[in-house]
Structure formats: C-alpha cells, structure tokens
Design a protein around this ligand. Structure first.
Ligand code: GTQ
Length: 349
C-alpha cells in the first residue's frame, strides 16, 4: 500500500505518528502551514462597537465597588469578542475605560508599556507625566511613554472617564515588561502646567535637544482645542481625501515619527454627508467618535457611531464611513511597529 495515500489507514497512521512525536514536543508543519503563512491576514479579532451610552453605566458602577487607590487603576478593559480573556482589543493593542472619581488619586507608577489617554467624559482631572501635570479636557490626547512616572488625580467635582490605549500585548509578546510603584502616591510637580507644550510643541525645541528616531516625544499632551482648530482650518480650505476625509497623524515634532514608538494616533474630520471609499490596512485600528455622528461599514456590516463610541476594526478589514454632521474620529494602531518591520500594507479601493 502506498504510504502516502490519503485513505483512512494513512490518516490513522499519521495521527499515531503525531502522537508519538508529540511526546518529544514536536508537531508537523504541514497540518498548520496554511494557518501559519496565510494568503492574507486572517485575524482572530473581530470588528466590534462599544456604545458609550450603554457602557458608561457599567464604568460608573465600578466607582461604587472599588477605589482608584485600591484598584491602582480602575479600568474596564475593552476585550475584543474574538480574543476574550487576553486583555486586548486587537492582537497587539489594549484598550480600557478608566474612571477617576472626585478626590481620588491613581497612584504614581511606571512601566515599560507605553500608554495613551483620550479624554471622554467629565472635567477636572489631571494626569502627571514626569513631573508635570496636565488638566484633562475632553478630546485631549495625552501620552505616557514607556518608563515615565505617571499618576492621575481628580481634584474636581465630577467623575472623569478616559480611554486608555496601551501596547500591553506587544510588550507581553516580547516578554519585556517591567513595572514599579512609586513610594508616594503623587509625583512631585517640578514644572508648571504647559511647560512641555511650550518647550517642545511650538515648532521649536531647546537648542541642544536632539532625539533618536525611536524616542517618544516630550510633548505629552495634544490639546483637543488645537487638534480641532487645525482640522477645521484644513477642511475649510481643501477637498477631503476620498479614503480619509481630512486625516492627520499625531507626531513627535522633533522626529516626525509617531509620538511613541509602538503606537500611532490619528484625528480625522469627515465633512457633513461625506462618504469615504472602502479602505483596509494591516494595522488593526481602534476608532473613537469625538464629535458628530457617522455610519461605519466594516466588511459590509453597518453600525452607527455616536460621541464617545469606541470601535475596533481588525487587520485587513475593509471599512468606510459616512458622516452625518461634521464628524471627528480619533484612532490609534500599531502602524509604526509594522512600518519599522517592513510589514505594513494598505489597500485603497
Ligand atoms: O493608567 O497607568 O488601562 O498602567 C492599564 C495599565 C492604565 C495607567 C491601564 C496602566 C494604566
């Protein structure tokens, strides 16, 4: 009998063989080759939308169950339905909704994971990064680069909620995670508010300041006010791009690269009624609707985005938007990692 036939006998003898080699921690490539080297990305992540109107109450409830100090960070992780139990929204990125109640502090710590915050709800909290506080205002994009000390506090009188985006899965994949807690809850404030923006974020840097390409920016807050003003000016004077509307990427102004080496962030304005053409890219992306309303179609399935809704579009999923009124979307992804490795692809239909 031909030992390479595909009949039942050979199936059984192969299975027995796999069992034998399994004892030595070996397994045959040919059974998994197609999955390991796919023709195109086949993400286990799925598209998903978290309606803020629905999840806000869940987040607020956490405020009655545990304090920020006890939790260290009081966050509800947004888990991709295709990746439950893995604390991630895409294979490479984490997302969570963090709540800080009036009078609370989320104590100072630092870690090798890089974090971004997008302020969604409430006023009066601050984040401190490397000795400088910034008041969190809705729409502000704030970063805490790897190994920078950071604490969050809320001296105001409203609960404050923001979206956390971190590269936790990337650092976990690389087994490169370190973290430490500070001896004191608050880090000492050593610079006045606005110092980093004045020094590094006004199209100038200190005369002797130079950075390597992979270094994160010292500009740790990109105020919504400035983002919105710039998008509006651009939109007032030009036609939107067919795939992106008016889309800008946040940069480290000293290098032109992404604000942090592992995470890219973007803001885009879609003029009222504008429909983008279908687009896909290999960086699974988290979108947040900051203002306006839009319909999003992902691989043909349409959902409605309202303010503060969070949506994930996995790698290589075709998506397009249709704006109701003028709409601003924030988004983040692992694009700089893929670009550094020569892996990033996009397709503009
Ligand atoms: O604010 O430092 O959502 O360390 C997850 C891990 C937030 C933070 C998260 C963190 C933080």
């Amino acid at each position: 009998m031909n030992s390479r036939n595909t009949g039942l006998d050979s199936q059984l003898s192969r299975k027995a063989y796999y069992d034998r080699i399994g004892v030595d921690n070996m397994t045959p490539l040919w059974e998994v080759l197609g999955a390991l080297v796919p023709h195109s990305p086949k993400s286990p992540a799925v598209a998903h939308l978290w309606k803020y109107a629905d999840v806000r109450q869940r987040v607020m409830e956490a405020g009655t169950l545990i304090s920020a100090a006890e939790a260290e960070r009081r966050v509800l992780i947004l888990e991709n339905p295709g990746l439950r139990g893995q604390s991630c929204i895409t294979q490479s990125l984490y997302a969570g909704l963090q709540l800080i109640m009036p009078g609370e502090v989320a104590p100072a710590h630092r870690h090798t994971q890089s974090a971004l915050r997008l302020v969604l709800d409430g006023e009066g909290a601050y984040t401190a990064v490397d000795g400088e506080r910034t008041t969190m205002r809705r729409g502000d994009f704030i970063i805490t680069p790897a190994w920078t000390w950071h604490d969050h506090g809320n001296p105001g009188d409203q609960p404050v909620v923001w979206l956390d985006g971190l590269d936790i899965p990337i650092v976990r994949f690389l087994d490169a995670g370190f973290a430490e807690k500070s001896d004191s809850n608050y880090q000492a404030v050593v610079r006045p508010e606005g110092d980093a923006l004045a020094r590094y974020g006004a199209n100038m840097v200190p005369v002797d300041f130079y950075q390597q390409p992979a270094e994160p920016t010292k500009v740790f807050v990109y105020p919504w006010e400035r983002t919105l003003a710039s998008l509006k000016s651009i939109a007032a004077g030009s036609e939107p791009d067919a795939h992106f509307g008016h889309k800008q990427r946040y940069v480290n102004p000293a290098t032109g690269r992404s604000p942090m080496p592992t995470i890219a962030a973007f803001s885009q304005l879609l003029p009222a009624g504008f429909e983008t053409r279908p687009y896909r890219c290999t960086d699974g992306t988290v979108y947040v609707c900051l203002s306006g309303k839009a319909e999003a179609s992902i691989e043909g399935k349409t959902v409605r985005l309202d303010e503060n809704d969070v949506m994930v579009v996995p790698s290589w999923h075709s998506h397009q938007f249709r704006a109701g009124p003028d709409t601003v979307l924030f988004s983040y992804s692992d694009r700089p990692v893929q670009q550094a490795l020569g892996l990033w692809r996009e397709h503009r239909a």
